[in-house]
Design a binder for this molecule. Sequence first.
Ligand code: OAD
Length: 241
Amino acid sequence: MAKRIVILTGAGVSAESGVPTFRGPDGLWEGHRVEDVATPQAFDRDPRLVQSFYDQRRAALAGVQPNPAHHALARLDSAWPHGKDHDLLLVTQNVDDLHERAGSRRMLHMHGDLKSAWCLACDSRTPWTGPLLDAPVCPVCNARGHLRPDIVWFGEMPYHMARIDRALARADLFVSIGTSGNVYPAAGFVDLARKAGADTLELNLDQSMASDRFAQSRLGPAGTLVPALVDDLLGTESSAR
Ligand code: OAD
């Protein structure tokens, strides 16, 4: 029976909230090639394009709400025991704030957070809800025009890797939800979890690039599959007590 759980989410968990996934059928992310908006080189070349792209994504958060998958994961977080034997960590690749708005607390944003700005002058991070295009002043050091989206771009190091690696090394269940298995290191978490002896489960609308590395795959929308999984986990846990 699972006691120490690590859950990885990707764009598919937010799809039913109306947040577009990264890889649409045309391979574009909201009309842009990833290299044009999600690399440090793109930011050096055309900072206004990159800032306005993320400003639009940040502003769009006001129009979307957590869906049943986010709510179910928050329910699991509040009910799952915390202690020597039990643990739970939700790792999201998403930069939206829907997990925390649903109430998840034991969670990490490994690819950054749209609602955070990073000052390249003083290296501080500040909660941010407005635009960055108009070169606002850093509230910590007062320098103007040095704030960038606090997003991990291609070629940059994902956040919190030491904590994630530790949790994977102790996990007895790893669940991946709504991610295409395209982007490392997240795409390799299933292998680390298996190496640690964990059971592995994938929930996705379709087969992903990583499906054959999971012990089990369930196909369907996250808004249906995730609440059912959480019911199972909490049901088994309470009957074991
Ligand atoms: P993708 O857009 O590559 O993949 C989304 C996945 O979600 C696909 O496998 C879909 O089948 C699945 N999916 C779509 N709708 C779903 C639903 N309703 N229920 C369940 N699954 C559904 O997004 P990610 O794999 O999350 O990185 O992308 C990973 C990273 O690549 C992103 O974090 C971002 C991106 O470029 C950076 O920006 C660094």
